[in-house]
Ligand binder design. Structure first.
Ligand SMILES: NC(=O)C1=CN([C@@H]2O[C@H](COP(=O)(O)OP(=O)(O)OC[C@H]3O[C@@H](n4cnc5c(N)ncnc54)[C@H](OP(=O)(O)O)[C@@H]3O)[C@@H](O)[C@H]2O)C=CC1
Ligand SMILES: N[C@@H](CC(=O)OP(=O)(O)O)C(=O)O
Length: 363
């Protein structure tokens, strides 16, 4: 198959700019359509966007004229990535799905729908089987491929679940979990963007809705596909209790989390935990997806790591760093996790999900 046509909704934003960066010169996808608000539509991308990435804007993308976020503009896309402001994503993504388009979304609007997979591609790509089944069922009935939405998780949740998954697989359920996050300002988006005056020489101990999202989404991502194959069965509150406290800090990219966990079946040794994380290989790596990290998890031994500026780009931002793994005198084990919030926490996850779907001939 030649290059698949990719569209990006919300192309001018924090997540949208990452999509442009990751999809330019991609071996499987070509940037075909870029959409944003009517403030941007009709302008060349380079004139509409306030580019804030540390690499130069890809020249070809800069020449694309931004479209309105309509089905008509995106109808020829094989896959549509959404970095839309959640205030507007709901009806737009629904219309795209109903028109038969494949939508991979960063917005929160459909994450809680039972038949919408909520996927961190290095963690629970098996949940994409819900979409695979729907596509196969339609083909068997002689129908064209149905539209669908796959959601990417909240960015802090993505970093958190990355090491949890292999730990649960090897040592059994985690029953208690606390996380305290220190989140980068790029997570607050670019329109209007987090005010410098509020974050310089400061820390803000509140991010609207974030704690609830981490506490809920973790249970869906670590859940299993229901017996009917059409939905996800979340872990119950009795199976795992999650407590999150979220802070905004003066970091450009990269969310750091201080995490403590208690295992239901007793504490594994620290060495066994490190080995388990080092051995973990995600499906995307095994499928040789072009953006898959060589190591989905990097175990760091230095006392003072991970640090956002030094460690966020491991495996091009698709790898999650875990350091300071040690005994916790209250729960069992504590650690510090660092993940790139707009790569594995957002646009990169979208691209990797699309690569997995391409490997499985869904798109
Ligand atoms: N930043 C992050 O780390 C993460 C963000 N997310 C989620 O991803 C989504 C995008 O976030 P982020 O990139 O930070 O946000 P930004 O505020 O940076 O970007 C929002 C985008 O939405 C577009 N937009 C705004 N209003 C409309 C409208 N009425 N119709 C069409 N397009 C519109 C904007 O276009 P214009 O420039 O023309 O106004 C812009 O492209 C959100 O849902 C967010 O919650 C998820 C995980 C991590
Ligand atoms: N709330 C996250 C980014 C984000 O927008 O997440 P969500 O898509 O879950 O609202 C942050 O501030 O860093």
């Amino acid at each position: 198959m030649g290059l698949r046509k990719a569209g990006v909704l919300g192309a001018t934003g924090s997540v949208g700019q990452r999509f442009i960066q990751l999809l330019s010169n991609h071996p499987q996808f070509e940037l075909a359509v870029l959409g944003a608000s009517s403030r941007s539509a009709g302008k060349k991308y380079k004139d509409a966007v306030d580019w804030k990435q540390t690499s130069l804007m890809p020249a070809a993308a800069g020449e694309i004229v931004v479209s309105e976020c309509t089905v008509e503009a995106f109808k020829d896309c094989d896959v549509v990535f959404s970095g839309l402001d959640a205030d507007y994503a709901g009806p737009i993504e629904k219309a795209f799905k109903e028109a038969g388009l494949a939508v991979i979304s960063n917005a929160k609007n459909y994450r809680r729908e039972k038949d919408v997979p909520l996927v961190v591609p290095t963690v629970n790509s098996e949940h994409l089987a819900i979409i695979e089944k729907r596509v196969k069922d339609a083909a068997a009935a002689g129908q064209k491929r149905p539209g669908f939405i796959v959601c990417i998780s909240n960015c802090s949740t993505a970093g958190l679940v990355a090491p949890l998954r292999p730990l649960v697989d090897k040592f059994g359920p985690i029953e208690l979990l606390t996380t305290t996050t220190m989140q980068a300002i790029s997570g607050a988006g670019f329109s209007p963007g987090f005010p410098g005056i509020d974050i310089l020489d400061n820390l803000v101990p509140y991010i609207s809705g974030e704690e609830e999202k981490i506490e809920w989404e973790t249970k869906k991502i670590l859940g299993e596909i229901a017996d009917d194959g059409n939905s996800v069965k979340n872990l119950s509150d009795d199976e795992i209790r999650v407590s999150a406290q979220c802070n905004r800090v003066a970091v450009s990219d990269g969310h750091t989390e201080c995490v403590s966990v208690k295992f239901k079946n007793g504490a594994p040794s620290i060495d066994a935990i490190k080995q388990c994380l080092r051995d973990y290989q995600c499906e995307a790596t095994l499928l040789n997806c072009p953006s898959a990290p060589k190591h989905a998890i990097h175990v760091l031994e230095e006392q003072n790591r991970p640090q956002p500026r030094l460690d966020r780009d491991r495996d091009n931002g698709y790898g999650v760093s875990v350091g300071r793994i040690r005994e916790d005198p209250v729960l069992d084990v504590k650690m510090v996790i660092l993940s790139h919030n707009t790569i594995i926490g957002a646009a990169g996850s979208g691209v990797l999900i699309a690569e997995i779907l391409a490997a499985k001939n869904v798109i």
